[in-house]
Design a binder for this molecule. Structure first.
Ligand code: ADP
Length: 261
């Protein structure tokens, strides 16, 4: 397969260096996309410029999480497309290129081309501090493509607290390590239910999964995020800083910044 080249080191010396972080999980439904969107918002709240590439081609959900409407793209003078923004975060997603509710039935090379377009034919702000990439769950072609496009990308593994599900998350971490990506750490999502009556943290989905994955991959457990949807008026899946979940996401963003120092 042919890959177009990203700008060379010389070309990019005047630009700020963007840190790429791919978010992966062993299986779907663990909250990988929710974590990607909220981590982006949290990093933005800490003053960072963040973009998102929704490369979860089979179940692109970032536009839904941000409640983005499908609109035509604005074209830049070089004919690249401007990525639509939500919460001041530029987002590009396969979802923008699909008919409503149509499944994606492409083969590998098409997907590879799509990813190339996301990097090369989108007018990204060249001063982005972070680009978060929402990967499809599991260990597939897209992860390999990302490795070829951005070998320097870091990885965060998202998992749930139930120990029986952890081996599959560990596999996606091993895949990242095999591809020579540095894993920044593990995020355990849906870790506990914060009981509103007595403030107890109830481990209704089990416990220990995040730690098992972190230990197996020899990385840190960066966050344990509570069960519950954010209660704000803006968007049903994006936190406000005053909520417990907002505090947890800001903590995660701070840990990410620290891990990169
Ligand atoms: P994935 O990207 O891993 O498939 P999503 O981010 O799409 O997962 O989340 C799957 C579902 O779980 C969504 O309906 C989402 O709103 C919900 N969800 C995610 N995280 C939490 C959480 N901490 N508490 C409650 N529901 C959550």
């Amino acid at each position: 397969l042919q890959f177009e080249q990203l700008p060379s080191q010389e070309e990019s010396t005047t630009k700020k260096k963007t840190t790429y972080i791919a978010i992966t999980s062993g299986k779907g439904g663990v909250g990988k996309s929710t974590v990607t969107a909220n981590l982006a918002v949290a990093l933005a709240r800490l003053g960072k410029k963040v973009g998102i590439i929704d490369a979860d081609i089979y179940g692109p959900s970032i536009p839904h999480i941000f409640e983005m409407k499908k609109e035509g793209f604005q074209l830049a003078s070089n004919n690249k497309i401007y990525p639509p923004k939500a919460f001041d975060i530029p987002v590009i997603s396969t979802e923008f290129f699909l008919e409503d509710d149509q499944p994606l039935m492409w083969r590998g090379p098409m997907l590879n081309r799509m990813l190339n377009h996301f990097f090369n034919d989108v007018e990204w702000d060249e001063n982005l501090d972070f680009m978060l990439i929402d990967l499809p769950p599991g260990t597939g072609d897209v992860a390999i493509d990302i490795q070829k496009l951005i070998p320097e990308a870091y990885v965060i593994v998202v998992t749930t607290p139930h120990p029986t599900a952890s081996h599959i998350a560990v596999k996606s971490g091993y895949m990242a390590q095999t591809l020579k990506h540095q894993i920044l750490g593990v995020v355990e999502n849906m870790s506990y239910y914060p009981n509103p009556v007595n403030q107890a943290h109830e481990a209704i989905f089990g416990s220990g999964g995040g730690e098992i994955v972190a230990n197996a991959l020899k990385v840190d457990l960066l966050a344990t995020l509570p069960i519950g949807q954010p209660q704000n008026n803006l968007s049903h899946s994006i936190f406000t800083p005053t909520e417990d979940i907002g505090v947890a996401y800001l903590g995660l963003a701070n840990k990410v910044l620290k891990a990169l120092k």
